[in-house]
Every structure is written in structure tokens, then in C-alpha cells.
Design a protein around this ligand. Structure first.
Ligand code: KG4
Ligand code: ZN
Length: 346
């Protein structure tokens, strides 16, 4: 079965084809980053319009890349939430229209399930059950995963998501948008020993997170240390702060992941979502899991951030298990909880 996947939940238009027999056959991505950069964040209405502009050409390019035409597609998967309502609607409308016109089944995909299962696109793929750390711009969750749709929440952020903390901190340091890659690049020049930022909520039991305090800590450090600084000295301070911030987030995530593995007895840790692209985080998780005789898995860099491949793959999992939309009417779910999902085979 060849499944066309469509991702439009935020500022990336992603299209891909995943096949049960051949795996990932083609994928195309159009990033709107340049469009939103001058506003310092995503402008929802601009995002929706740009998805509509780019979707059909991207679908054509994806079919061409796979040497296929519409008759080769057996199902269509699209992100139905969570995300920006207008952006989700743009993708859903195109997906449902195509499914009707081509007379193939369609299935709604939860964006975070797409991220969660994305490491399965790699070789070797992690096997169920595993513990997953989902770290994106909107979510930070530790999840016990028994199978597709069989999720138990172990912990989550009580305020800002990890990616959101990167984005807000980058804004404070005037490093631009998106913040994660900007902070990571700046931190490379930073002195790891100059500042030590707190590791929030690691001094008490439990697997929840809180990242909003780190942003305040960054702001006060910046205010205190930057008086009278300009040019290279100011850049050096920003680099040292970026490094302290990144180390604090990575350390906090690592401590909680170790705890989750110990608590569940699992020996497999899966990392997914935009922040999983962070090299320091990947390295640290490899070290932590090695110490526990466990193993860490993550997607290739381009499949950590939003993409169509993860949606085609998650959609294939569900269509293959017999799930499909039965009504012509459709809606999107901008605030859909991952915990509302069910095993499609049961
Ligand atoms: O998964 P994603 O593309 O979109 C959401 O579903 O939210 O994640 C985007 C988030 C942004 O907050 C971005 O700053 C962060 O992932 N990010 C990173 C890195 N690359 C992207 N954070 C830290 N280090 C990176 N290298
Ligand atoms: Zn995402």
C-alpha cells in the first residue's frame, strides 16, 4: 500500500509517499521560515495561505520523485492536529478533496504521533515497547509506548515546551527565529564554565518539566552582565549564556529520561520532535543510555523537525491496521491530546 502524507500544522509544508513494501519512496518539504522571519515568529494567516500555494506543486513533485502517478496512491494521510487551525484546514481540505477525487481512503494523523513514530523510518528501527521523549516547539512529553496508539503519559511540561524555551530565549538574546538552531550555533562559541543555570524540577521526584523559569534566568543574567558591553564582548556574553542555557535544558532532559528508563525498566529510548535535532542532546542521550545498557534512537536530522515523511508513515500504520475516515464531512483538531489516540487494530 502506497500512502501519500500531507503535513501543514505550522510553518512547513511537507509531502511524502510511504509504502509498506518499499518504505519511504519520496519526500518534499517547503519551509516558510523566510516568510515569517521578519515577524520573529509564525503568522498564522500567512502560513495557511502559503500552504495552499505550495501543496499542489509539492504533491506533483513528490509523485514525480517516486516515479508514480495518482493511480499508484492507495491512501492519503494528513495532519488533523494539533497545530494552527487555518494551516491544518488547508492540508485537510486538499487531502480530503484528493481522496474523494481519487476514490481512495483517507486517515487523520496526530502530529505528535507522526514525530513519535518517525525514528521507525530509520535503520535500525526501534522495536516496541519503548520510552519516548517528545520535544517540539509546542510539546515536551515523556511517553511509555507499547505500540501504535498505545501510549501512557509519564510526564510533561507544566509551562513552556523545550522548543518554546529555545525560541523565547533566542528572542531575548536577539538571535532570531527559529531559536533552537540559533542558540545551538551560538553555544558552540560559548564557555561552558562561566554560568551555571538551574536544572528545573530535577531535585524532586517525578517526570514533569518546567522550562519557563530558565527564560527569566536568562533575562536577569543578560541584564546584570551586559551593562556597558558592545561588539565582540557582548557577543561573547551571549555565547556564554546560550551555552549555559543549552546545557541546562540538555541536562534536565537527560536526568528525566534516565529516571523514566529506570522507572519503567525499559532499555529503549526514542527521541523525537524538533529539539531532537540538537546535537548536544543526541550525544548526551547516547552517553546516558550506554551507562544503563540501554539504546537511544532518533530520526535523521531533517525528520526531527516537521516533515511529510512522518505523516505518511504514521498514516500508513493506521490505514494498514484498518483505520480510515468514513464520513465525507471533516474537521481539524488544533488542541488534540496524544492520549486520546487508540490502537487502530483493536
Ligand atoms: O517539531 P517541530 O519542527 O515543530 C513543532 O511541532 O513544534 O519543532 C520546532 C522546534 C522549535 O522550537 C525549534 O527552535 C526547535 O524545535 N529546534 C531546536 C533545534 N532545531 C529545532 N532546538 C534545539 N536545537 C536544535 N538544533
Ligand atoms: Zn512538529
Amino acid at each position: 500500500m502506497n500512502v501519500l502524507g500531507i503535513e501543514t500544522s505550522c510553518d512547513e509544508t511537507g509531502v511524502a509517499i510511504y509504502s509498506g513494501e518499499g518504505g519511504l519512496l519520496a519526500h518534499q518539504l517547503y519551509s516558510q521560515v523566510a516568510l515569517h522571519a521578519e515577524y520573529g515568529g509564525v503568522v498564522p494567516e500567512l502560513a495557511s495561505r502559503d500552504h495552499l500555494r505550495k501543496l499542489v506543486p509539492l504533491i506533483r513533485a513528490t509523485l514525480k520523485q517516486a516515479h508514480m502517478n495518482q493511480g499508484d496512491i492507495h491512501g492519503i494521510a494528513y495532519t488533523a492536529g494539533p497545530g494552527l487551525a487555518g494551516a491544518l484546514l488547508a492540508g485537510a481540505a486538499v487531502a480530503r478533496g484528493l481522496a474523494w477525487a481519487w476514490d481512495v481512503p483517507s486517515v487523520e494523523v496526530h502530529h505528535m504521533e507522526g514525530h513519535l513514530l518517525a525514528p521507525m523510518l530509520e535503520e535500525p528501527a526501534p522495536a516496541f515497547p519503548f520510552v519516548a521523549l517528545l520535544v517540539s516547539g509546542g510539546h515536551t512529553m515523556l511517553v511509555q509506548v507499547e505500540g501504535v496508539g498505545r501510549y501512557r503519559l509519564l510526564g510533561e511540561s507544566l509551562d513552556d515546551a523545550a522548543g518554546e524555551a529555545f525560541d523565547k530565549t533566542a528572542k531575548l538574546l536577539q538571535l532570531g527565529y527559529p531559536g533552537g538552531p540559533a542558540i545551538a550555533a551560538m553555544a558552540e562559541q560559548g564557555d561552558p564554565d562561566r554560568f551555571r543555570f538551574p536544572r528545573p524540577m530535577t531535585d524532586r521526584p517525578g517526570l514533569d518539566f518546567s522550562f519557563s523559569g530558565l527564560k527569566t534566568y536568562t533575562l536577569t543574567t543578560m541584564q546584570k552582565e551586559s551593562a556597558g558591553l558592545t561588539g565582540a564582548a557582548l557577543e561573547e556574553l551571549k555565547a556564554d549564556i546560550a551555552r549555559a542555557f543549552e546545557d541546562a535544558v540538555v541536562d534536565t532532559l537527560a536526568i528525566k529520561c534516565r529516571r523514566a528508563l529506570e522507572q519503567t525498566g525499559s532499555r529503549t529510548l526514542v527521541l523525537a520532535g524538533g529539539v531532537a535535532a540538537n546535537q548536544r542532546l543526541r550525544q548526551r542521550m547516547d552517553e546516558e543510555t550506554r551507562k544503563l545498557s540501554a539504546r537511544s534512537f532518533y530520526p535523521r536530522l531533517e525528520f526531527c523537525t516537521d516533515n511529510g515523511a512522518m505523516i505518511a508513515h504514521a498514516g500508513w500504520q493506521r490505514l494498514n491496521a484498518g483505520q480510515a475516515n468514513t464520513e465525507l464531512a471533516f474537521q481539524v483538531n488544533p488542541r488534540w491530546s496524544l492520549m486520546d489516540l487508540r490502537d487502530p487494530g483493536r
